[in-house]
Structure formats: structure tokens, C-alpha cells
Design a protein around this ligand. Structure first.
Ligand code: GLS
Length: 799
């Protein structure tokens, strides 16, 4: 590795660079600079340091003619970058000192950066962790996505009800990106297709321009940097001068507003498919721009299109970019003249597809009429793909079926490899959503269990624990996480356990202080911090958690002198704006919080806290401070989960079901260090078929009956008996996610947690065994799996 590419900079040099940027890039003098000005100056000074390793990586890739990975994703949930970049460059101390010398507080400056929230949840954050690992492993790669003007909405609570407002991260300059005005591609929609001399010609109805913005993604110790290329939609013609001259100003602006709409806002839901025309346009917009970019690069390097798969691996992050398949076929066949059959085979040889969910409502389907109107040529190409598939396999599975274009089938048929995201999920993919296609193409589905980057999710966000780990087993675990196993022998050492406890406690104090400052909420760091942070969805069962909270409250009130374990139940997460049931669950949690938190009988024993606007930065505070990780989804529904990995890695044991990656976490950390409860995926399926199962479960549980009675009688809703009628009706009549059936088992498991927590020493062993056992869940391991088994790529730096 060219170590000389790694920037060497001390505090004095960094300070000089920050001052120069303040003056020449921000146009401010220090006396009048705002926190924003300092933050931008620091970011630009650090961005300068990223450029050399970035160039070196590009040079090495070109020289080695290395194969590149192209990760196509509608979402990249990045969060803040300052600390991430500082840590990877190894300049955090220098930055701290430089800012202090300049009279500024590093932490305040860091906190000024808005989260880049270009994603909804796990799927988008996974993409961000993958970028981190790709750079750390020095694998040549591009992330391709959309430069949304507005990221995921901001959440407020008004009387407990979620209110959404637009997010505005781009109202300030984005410090990390480089605009590439020269990298643009026209993207077409609509119109019609004509044939001349056996060649199809697409006459589009409207067109926009995709314009590139590049953010360098620096890897661990600045050995390598890849590019995240985000596309912004711009008008092909900025302005309709003729309309303007006629005085029709609205019409004059039409081309611009049409184009800007496409990259304006992130769809705020990842588990339901809204089937909206704009969404299809977004998907095609970024897929088409990316694929054109890939081919341009390939040709500029002098490669032949026939050899595409030797140089290019395209990964489809869920079905959202599935249209990249037909687009690639269109470019190869229509534009470059490749015979259709060969174009299809050539495209397939470089496409991989990751499935991230079994929820049927998330599997994208488009009304055929809409699809054909917006993408007439692709509609025809998909028919040809379908014919080729039928010929090849003799299977009658159709991509276009009953008037719908099915993107799951399209992505599957166009990919050489399909992967699930945890062992259980992959088996269920084979048995359920893609059972028929699995028979038609045996062996095409493989597993790649998700992972998380330990740089952000331990080393950076949890300094106390990181320091203890380094002190105990030495450096090097940050990019070789399996070394955490070396902690195991130390867990028997009382001194180590005391330090482990102290690290956790200091993180809890930090969270408590933050809550006090931001929300004026007081929590006791000595209490157990019981944390459920994730999108709010029925299948994730925040409802189960809050019902158990009410039952616990009842029990404490009934036996005030019992040996109770003080708990703070922390919730964090947003509901999709159109998801009424999820919003009602949020309302209930907030209502229960208001009631319980003001009860003097239980004040010191039970508290419910739901800070507004959960995001990546809040996760970085909550995760290190957590004692207990709630992973309580209905078995068979959570494809993997990644929050489960972050919490366990940070010494927070799981209470959870046998779902997603929980299964593998439990294997790795040891069954005795995991609080298991609930029906298995198979039992869930069987139970659902039993008539009246939820009524029976409620009848059989006096605790649950009482809780539901309290909600019905308005105990938590100022006597409003109607407020939660929807939730109650759902639980009694349907309960698709089996909240009622798992209630008692969950309550019992929670009491086992209480008991374990009361023995501080025993709990520390549990927590430390979680940290020690989580090495396998580094996203470096996951990316190695993709690189070897799907992409067939290696680092040009590999010796
Ligand atoms: C998701 C799943 O719901 C998560 O279980 C999974 O961890 C994540 C990344 O694979 O993908 N699928 C989805 O549509 N949104 C997700 O977060």
C-alpha cells in the first residue's frame, strides 16, 4: 500500500488550514464567524486531506484495470461525516486541539452538521456501512443514488401525535461533495417507440438531465477512498424563453420545476410500495444515469462491451433499481447494436440483486399501463426478457402478470445471484417469495448476513468502551473485529468487569445529560436503560413493548414493596406519514409515558421516554448507553435487523425473538447471553391459521386482559374511550403480528431480565459477552462475502 498517500497533519497545520478556509471559502473573519462557519471550515480542511488518498485509489484502479463494484441504492443513510472522516484520517485529536486553539469547542462544531438522512432505516444505513467497508477493504467501488433535496422528514410530537415537517439539509452548503457539472446524462420518459429496419427507436416525450455530485468515502486509516455519486435532476433547458417573452412566467419555469421534482424528496417508507408515478421516475432516473456512467467509464478504458462482466459488478439494493437491468439491455442492444439475446446475457452476468424483505406489501409492482406510458421501450424489453427466460427454463413465471410489472421477478431473472440478508431470511426467501424462481434457477439464491461498520458503531460513538477494548486486547480490532473474541478471558477478571461497567455508566450519563439539555427530561443513569429504536411498524411490535410496560406498571402498583428493578424504557423511531396504525401506536406510547411518568407511586421505578426525531446521530448516543436491546419482531418478518447488531456490540444484551439476524447473534454471543422468547416463524404461521387465536390469547392472560381494559376505558387518553379503538379492534379481531400470543412469554422474559440486572456482576458478564461475541457482524466480513461470492472482485492493493 502506498503509505505515503496517507495525509500527515498536526494540529498547527490543521489550524492554519481551518483559518484559511474560514477566510477564503467562507469569507468570514474569526471575530464574526458562526458555528456553521467553523464547521464548514473544519470540514473543508478535512476534505482537503481526503483528496490525495482518493486520487491514489482511482489511479491504482485504472492502472490495475481493476474490476469495480457499482452499488445502486435509492437510499444512503449517512448521518454526519465530520467525526467519521476525522477518525478514519486519524486527525481527531489534531482537530480538537486546532479548534480549541481557535477558541471553539470541537463537540459543538461537530453537532452543527445536519444528518444526511437520505434513507429511511436499516436498508439505507446498510448501504452507508457497505460504503465504509468497501473503502476500508480497498475495493474499487461507486455508490450510486439520488441527491434528495429533502431527506427523511423531521418528526415532532404535538400532544403525543407525530407531526412531520420537511427536512432541509441542503439549505446549507454540503461540505463534503464535489459538484461535477460536466458529468451529466439525459434521462428520458414517455413518448413512443418506432421500428425502422428492425431497429427500435425510442422517441421520448420528456427529458431531464442527471447531474453528478461526488462525495469521497474514506476508509479506515485513509488507505483508500471510493466515491458516492449522487444524481440531481436538472432541466435539459433551463428556461422557456419564448413563454417568458410572452409574459407567461409560469410556463417559462415549467421545464425546471418538472425536473427538480424528481430529486426533490425521499419517499418516507421502505416497507410499503406506494406505486406512485414519481417513484417510478425516481427509480429510472438514477438507475439510467448510473448505468450510462458505468458504460462510459468502461468504454473510456478501452474495454469491449462483450467483456462487461469482467470489469463491472452492479449490485441492486432491493428492487428499487431493478429497472437498471432492462436499461442496460436497452443501451447494449438499441444504442450499441448488440443482438438482444446477447445483450440480456451480458447484462445478467454483471447484475446481483439483494432482497431485503418478505413483506408482500414492499414487493414493488407497477400497473402495466403506467409503466408502458412512462417507459415504453423498457416495457417491450421486459417482454423480451420474459421470453428469453421462458425459453431458457421452460418456466411459466411471468414478470408482467395480470396487468402488473413485478419488479421482484424482474430483478431475480436479470441477476446472476440473488441474496438474502440473514440465514433465516434467505431460507424463507427460498421457501416463500421466490420459491418458484428458486426451482427454475436452483442455486441462484445465496445468503450474505448483514453487518455494521465497527468504526462508526463502536470506535467513534463509544469512546469509553473502545478505549477499554484497546487497553485490554490492543489496537487492530477496528478493522479485524473478530479480535473482540480476545476479550472473553478477561471477563472473569473483576477489574475488567468494573471498567466495563464504568464505561457503560459514563455513556448513560452522557445520554442523560443530552436528554436534559435537549428535552428537559431527567433520567437516572443507575436505572436499566431498555431501548427500542427503529422505524415504527406493526411487525416490529413497539405495541408489545408498551403493553408490557403497562402491565409492569400495574404489577408495581399492586406490590409497591416488591424487589423491582428500576427501568427507563426508551423508544426512538418514526412512522411513515401515511401509516395510520403505526402513528396510533406512537400516540399510545406517548400517552402511556405521560400517565406513568407522572405517577408518584412508580416514579423511581419506571419511566417511559420517547425523544423526538430519532436519526443516525441520536442512535450514536442511545446505542452506547443502552443496557437492553429490544428485538421483538414477529418471527419471520424482520429480514435481518442491524440495530440488533449495533446494540449487542456495544454491550447491550438482546431480549428477542428467533427472527432475522437475532438467530445468528444468539449463536455468536451464546444462548445464555440472550433473552429469548416467543413463537418461531413456523409456529407463527400455524397459529395464524387457528380461528380466533388472539381472543383466546387475551382470555388466557389476565395481565393482558387488564391492560387492554385500561386502554379501552381511557386510562391513558383522558377518558377518551375511542382514541385506541382501532388498536384494540385490531388486537381482538386480527392481530396479524401476534402481539397477543407472545405477550405472556415476553412479560416472563422481561422478569428474567430484571432478575439478571439486579446482580450487577452477572449483568456485566452478559453485556461483555455480547461485545466479545459480535466480531463476526462487522460489515467488512459481509463485504468480503459479496466480493468473493457475488462480485468476484479483489482489491488492486491485495498482495
Ligand atoms: C430492511 C429490513 O427490514 C431489515 O430487517 C434489514 O436489516 C435491512 C437491511 O437488510 O433491510 N428491508 C427494508 O425494506 N427496510 C429495511 O430496513
Amino acid at each position: 500500500m502506498p503509505r505515503d498517500a496517507i495525509p500527515q497533519i498536526d494540529a498547527a497545520a490543521l489550524k492554519a488550514s481551518i483559518s484559511t478556509h474560514l477566510k477564503t471559502s467562507l469569507g468570514k473573519d474569526a471575530a464574526h464567524a458562526s458555528t456553521y462557519d467553523w464547521r464548514m471550515s473544519l470540514s473543508l480542511a478535512m476534505r482537503d486531506l481526503v483528496v490525495d488518498p482518493w486520487f491514489a485509489a482511482t489511479r491504482d484502479t485504472y492502472e490495475a484495470k481493476a474490476k469495480r463494484v457499482y452499488y445502486l441504492s435509492m437510499e444512503f443513510l449517512i448521518g454526519r461525516l465530520i467525526e467519521d472522516v476525522a477518525i478514519n484520517l486519524g486527525v481527531e485529536e489534531a482537530a480538537r486541539t486546532a479548534l480549541t486553539d481557535l477558541g471553539q469547542d470541537y463537540q459543538r462544531v461537530v453537532a452543527n452538521e445536519p444528518d444526511a438522512a437520505l434513507g429511511n432505516g436499516g436498508l439505507g444505513r446498510l448501504a452507508a456501512c457497505f460504503l465504509d467497508s468497501l473503502s476500508t477493504l480497498a475495493i474499487p467501488a461507486y455508490g450510486y443514488g439520488i441527491r434528495y433535496e429533502h431527506g427523511l422528514f423531521e418528526q415532532r410530537f404535538e400532544n403525543g401525535v407525530q407531526i412531520e415537517t420537511a427536512e432541509t439539509w441542503l439549505s446549507q452548503r454540503h461540505a463534503w461533495e464535489f459538484e461535477r457539472p460536466e458529468v451529466t446524462y439525459p434521462i428520458h420518459f414517455g413518448g413512443y417507440v418506432s421500428e425502422s429496419e428492425g431497429k427500435a427507436v425510442w422517441h421520448p416525450g420528456e427529458s431531464v438531465l442527471a447531474s453528478a455530485y461526488d462525495t469521497p468515502i474514506i476508509g479506515w486509516q485513509a488507505q483508500w477512498a471510493n466515491t458516492l455519486r449522487l444524481w440531481a435532476a436538472k432541466p435539459l433547458t433551463l428556461f422557456d424563453l419564448e413563454s417568458f417573452n410572452r409574459g407567461d412566467y409560469l410556463a417559462a419555469n415549467a421545464p425546471e420545476s418538472l425536473a427538480r421534482t424528481i430529486s426533490r424528496v425521499l419517499y418516507p417508507d421502505d416497507t410499503t410500495d406506494e406505486g406512485k408515478e414519481l417513484r417510478l421516475k425516481q427509480e429510472y432516473f438514477f438507475s439510467a444515469a448510473s448505468v450510462q456512467d458505468v458504460l462510459r467509464r468502461l468504454l473510456s478504458e478501452g474495454h469491449a462491451l462483450d467483456d462487461l462482466a469482467d470489469h463491472v459488478a452492479i449490485q441492486l439494493n432491493d428492487t428499487h433499481p431493478a429497472i437498471a437491468g432492462p436499461e442496460l439491455v436497452r443501451l447494449l442492444a438499441d444504442i450499441h447494436g448488440m443482438p438482444m439475446d446477447r445483450a440480456i446475457a451480458t447484462a445478467r452476468a454483471c447484475l446481483g440483486f439483494t432482497n431485503h424483505t418478505l413483506l408482500p406489501e414492499a414487493l414493488e409492482r407497477w400497473p402495466e399501463g403506467l409503466f408502458a406510458r412512462i417507459l415504453p421501450r423498457h416495457h417491450r424489453i421486459i417482454e423480451l426478457i420474459q421470453d428469453a427466460h421462458a425459453k431458457e427454463t421452460g418456466s411459466d413465471i411471468r414478470i408482467i402478470d395480470h396487468g402488473e410489472v413485478k419488479m421482484g421477478e424482474l430483478a431475480f431473472i436479470m441477476a446472476h445471484t440473488i441474496n438474502g440478508v440473514s440465514a433465516l431470511h434467505t431460507e424463507l426467501v427460498k421457501e416463500t417469495v421466490f420459491a418458484d424462481l428458486n426451482t427454475a434457477y436452483p442455486g441462484r439464491i445465496i445468503n450474505q448476513t448483514n453487518g455494521i461498520t465497527p468504526r462508526r458503531w463502536l470506535y467513534t460513538c463509544n469512546k469509553p468502551l473502545g478505549d477499554l477494548i484497546t487497553e485490554t486486547i490492543g489496537d487492530g480490532w477496528q478493522d479485524d473485529l473478530e479480535r473482540l473474541g480476545g476479550l472473553r478471558p478477561h471477563i472473569d477478571d473483576a477489574g475488567f468487569r468494573a471498567q466495563f461497567r464504568a464505561a457503560k455508566l459514563s455513556n448513560k450519563h452522557r445520554l442523560a445529560a443530552w436528554l436534559k439539555t435537549r428535552d428537559d427530561v431527567t433520567i437516572d443513569p443507575e436505572a436499566m436503560f431498555d431501548v427500542q429504536i427503529k422505524r415504527v411498524h406493526e411487525y416490529k411490535r413497539q405495541l408489545l413493548n408498551i403493553l408490557e410496560t403497562i402491565a409492569l406498571w400495574n404489577d408495581i402498583c399492586d406490590s409497591p414493596n416488591g424487589d423491582w428493578t428500576p427501568r427507563v424504557k426508551l423508544f426512538g423511531g418514526k412512522a411513515a406519514p401515511g401509516y395510520a396504525m403505526a402513528k396510533s401506536i406512537i400516540h399510545l406510547i406517548n400517552d402511556v409515558a405521560a400517565t406513568i411518568n407522572s405517577d408518584p407511586r412508580t416514579r423511581d421505578l419506571l419511566q417511559v421516554v420517547y425523544p423526538e426525531n430519532y436519526n443516525v446521530s441520536m442512535a450514536e448516543l442511545l446505542i452506547p448507553a443502552s443496557d437492553l436491546s429490544e428485538q421483538i419482531s414477529t418471527a419471520g418478518k424482520e429480514a435481518s435487523g442491524t440495530g440488533n447488531m449495533k446494540l449487542s456490540l456495544n454491550g447491550s444484551p438482546t431480549i428477542g425473538t428467533l427472527d432475522g439476524a437475532n438467530v445468528e447473534i444468539r449463536e455468536q454471543v451464546g444462548h445464555e447471553n440472550f433473552f429469548l422468547f416467543g413463537l418461531t416463524a413456523q409456529e407463527v404461521e400455524a397459529r395464524r391459521r387457528e380461528h380466533g387465536f388472539s381472543r383466546r390469547a387475551i382470555e388466557e392472560s389476565p395481565r393482558l386482559t387488564r391492560v387492554l381494559g385500561q386502554i379501552a376505558s381511557g386510562v391513558f387518553s383522558q377518558s377518551d374511550r375511542e382514541r385506541y379503538a382501532g388498536i384494540l379492534h385490531m388486537l381482538y379481531e386480527q392481530d396479524f403480528f401476534l402481539v397477543t400470543c407472545d405477550f405472556d412469554a415476553y412479560f416472563t422474559a422481561q422478569r428474567a431480565v430484571d432478575q439478571a440486572y439486579r446482580n450487577a456482576d452477572r449483568w456485566t458478564r452478559l453485556a461483555a459477552n455480547n461485545t466479545a461475541g459480535m466480531g463476526w457482524f462487522s460489515s467488512d466480513r459481509t463485504i468480503r462475502g459479496y466480493a468473493n461470492e457475488i462480485w468476484k472482485v479483489a482489491s488492486p492493493r491485495a498482495t
